[in-house]
Each structure stands twice: as structure tokens, then as C-alpha cells.
Design a protein around this ligand. Sequence first.
Ligand SMILES: *Cc1c(COP(=O)(O)O)cnc(C)c1O
Length: 389
Amino acid sequence: MTLNKPQKQRSPGNSTRSIHHGETFAADTGTVMPPIFPSSTYAHGNNCGFDYTRSGNPNFRILESVLSSIENCEYSTVFASGVSAVTAIASCLNSGDLVLCEENLYGCTVRLFEKVFKKFGLKTAWLDFTDNSSIHTISDLNPKMIWIETPTNPLLKIIDLEKVCKAANKLSIPVVVDNTFSTALIQKPLELGATISLTSTTKYINGHSDALGGAICTNNLEWQKKMSFAQKSLGLQPSPFDCWLITRGVKTLPLRLKQQVATADSIADQLAMHSAIKWVKYPFHKDHPQQAIALKQMKMGGAIITASLKTNQKQTYSFCKSLRYFTMAESLGGVESLICHPATMTHAAIAPETREKLGIDESLIRLSIGCEDFEDLSIDLKEALDPLK
Ligand SMILES: *Cc1c(COP(=O)(O)O)cnc(C)c1O
């Protein structure tokens, strides 16, 4: 049952790794599911090395062992949310340090850098990493860290991780990859040369939209020590109960992703053929500008689709609202399908001109495909799109 007993024949596959964790801390009872350890404190000198839950807890450790196992890496640290994980990394930088970021980063990461860490002297530069010249900019600017997300949100640009990491590694610049949209099952940034793989476990890893969490995976012991330090010194630790929920959720990640990706692939085809649609972006589709890179570094095309309708802002909003199975909501990666209209939701605070410059027009929609039957999602979209022809 435990991964501590090495198999002779082969190293376990992703489904096995998602289900079996190294420790349950419940040897006496034979329990199959680990208990929840709400204890805030631990007797001094215990065998497991716990002292106070801000710096470690059995439920953190169980989840960390599963996440390291699917990421195929040495170390993992769990946090209260994806944003807590971002905070942990940013807190390791010094005043005056420059972070070179992909210009299409997740909005809350941008907000944290620009509205919080800027006050403490952190500098940022923004770059389109799909542009070939970005590689030269790395050596020109010589930043202290590079921060990438691929596929990006919401435009699903694909960045060549191997190429960027190679250039950065030559200069000993750590690369952080926010892997939330893919998870380790689709893409393994550390194997492509990244120093840190960051995931909001709130999304696909938990998969049930009922807990928030974040995780950092690395093979670098120095960074692991920094992450443990940040977890306890900044109070970024998750709750034991949320870790337990996420440990439960991750067990079905391979199954969920398989269905979500298969449905997303077909829905992307369906949308591309509909006359009310201007364009569709899906990483594995042949008309995606970086399809070749996606095929090289991703095992599957993911379950997020971005599209633009031939409608104005108001009609696009009404379209989103009229769907039966797609709830209009932020977030992604759950078993339920969601639809997001960035112009009125996630990117509403950005001036329309700036939005247009970023490529986020008023008729852009982002779909997170869930685990419902393909036929039901397909009919739902068709019925809402047909009147817009
Ligand atoms: C949601 C998300 C985050 C933030 O995670 P929370 O768990 O919501 O704090 C960071 N990066 C990406 C790409 C996300 O989608």
C-alpha cells in the first residue's frame, strides 16, 4: 500500500501515485484514509519532528508526499492558497531585485508584485516570452528571477520552457513556473529545467471547488529550506482539514483530467466550426500559434478553451448567462464546467484600451471544461450560440 516499499518491476504510474501516499500516521488502526490532525501543537521531541502546526502537520506532510510523487521531485511545501505560494517565493527576494515576468501572468500575481511587493522595492519587467528576442532580453536585464506561466491566462499562449530555462540556467537565474493550468500530469516544469514549479491546488489538484491551497515543488534544497521558512515565518500554512480535502481530491486527478481533456478537445473543435465564433484557442489545435511547443512539452492539451464571439460585450455577457451547465464564475479546474467573461469579471478593472492591447477583447470567453457528459455540454453551447449566427 505504501510507496515506501519500492517495486521491482517499474516505478508507479500517475494514477497509483495520486492514490497512495507514503505515510498515513495511523499504523495502529489500519485506516485506509488518513485522519485529520487538527492539533495546533505537538509534544517536544516526538519521533515525527512536528512542533507547531504553523511549521508542519501530518496532513501537510501527506499532501506534500503525494504532490512530490506526481511531480517526480524531491521536495514540496504546501500553502494556504496559490497566492500564499506566490507570496512565499516573492518574500525571498530583496529590495532592488528585478523579476522578469511573462506579460500575461495570472492577475493576482501581477497585483501582488505591483501593489504589495513594489512598496518594498521589488522591481518587475514584463515580456512576451513567445517572442524569440525574449531570450536575449534575459541576459540584457540579468534579473534575479524569471516568472512564467504556460499556458497563459486567458490567452493560452504557450512558452517554450526548455528554451527559457536553458538560457536562465546558464546565468544561474532561478525560473518559477506557475503550473496551475496543467498540473504535473500534463507538464513537468522541473524536468524541463525550472527551479520551482508552483501550483494553485485550489484548481485541478483538488478539483471539487471546496478548498483553497497552493504548493511549491522543487529539487533544490536551498529553495526547499526557504519555502519551509516562509511557511512558518509569514504564517502561510494551510489548514489540516483543507490538506485532507485536497489529498482526497488529488486521488481522482488522473481520471478527471482524462475526461475533461477529451471533452475540451471536442468542444474546441465544435466551437471552431460555429459561425458565431470569431476564433478559438486550444493548445493542441493545429491553428494554435505555438502548437508545436505545446505538443513537445505537454502530455495533453488541457481542459481550458479560450474563444472570441462575433458579438459585443453585452451580447457576450448574455450568452454566458444563458448557459445551463456552465456557471459564470471565476476559477477553473473543478468537476463542474465554468465560463468566464474577462471583460466584465477578472479583467473588468483594466481600462478597455489596455485590455485590447493585451488581446483581451470584449467578446472573449474562457471555458473550464468539467466532468459532465460531453453531449450535454455540447448541446448547451450549441443552443446558446445558434441564435447569435
Ligand atoms: C488561481 C490561480 C492562482 C492563485 O491561486 P489561489 O489558490 O486562488 O490563491 C495562481 N495562478 C494561477 C494560474 C491560478 O489560476
